[in-house]
Design a protein. Structure first.
Length: 161
């Protein structure tokens, strides 16, 4: 399972994704250009000491990402999705793609996704923060694909404290 960020605008959100990647052993793809320098100190502050645990891959452009990404179904989280969360059956090789905080993704990126997933919200609410939306979806995706299994087994066999 991978998470991909399309041209993110907010360094603190990228830091949160780096932490998510490091803690849950997910690959994280950052599709540039970003709205800030990727080596921004705010990213490291938000990622804390998880930066070195993360599996971060940077791509110079959408075209570079499409060319270099591993095989897997591209699942776009979008307010314009036609598949409702949590009805999707996730696959272990899914790539969960999130758009820019300010603008989402352009039409060509939207069209490239094999699944366009929408989290149903209360009427009048526009959208969730991308890191919050990703956390919800990643959690369900890992539950379905038994991505938490190895960690749960490891703790189950640890002596009680």
């Amino acid at each position: 399972m991978r998470v991909a960020l399309y041209q993110p605008d907010i360094p603190q959100n990228v830091g949160a994704f780096i932490r998510l990647s490091g803690c849950l052993d997910l690959a994280l793809d950052v599709i540039e250009p970003c709205g800030f320098p990727v080596d921004d100190r705010r990213i490291r502050r938000a990622a804390m000491d998880y930066y070195d645990l993360a599996r971060l891959v940077r791509h110079a452009s959408w075209q570079a990402f499409r060319r270099d990404r591993p095989a897997g179904r591209l699942v776009l989280l979008t307010t314009a999705g036609d598949t409702i969360f949590p009805n999707l059956v996730f696959r272990p090789d899914d790539i969960l793609l999130l758009g820019r905080e300010s603008a989402g993704v352009p039409a060509d990126v939207h069209d490239a996704a094999e699944v366009r997933l929408r989290i149903p919200l209360k009427p009048g609410a526009r959208s969730l923060n991308v890191a919050l939306a990703a956390s919800m979806v990643v959690s369900e995706a890992l539950r379905q694909t038994r991505g938490f299994h190895a960690q749960a087994d490891q703790h189950a066999h640890s002596p009680a404290r």
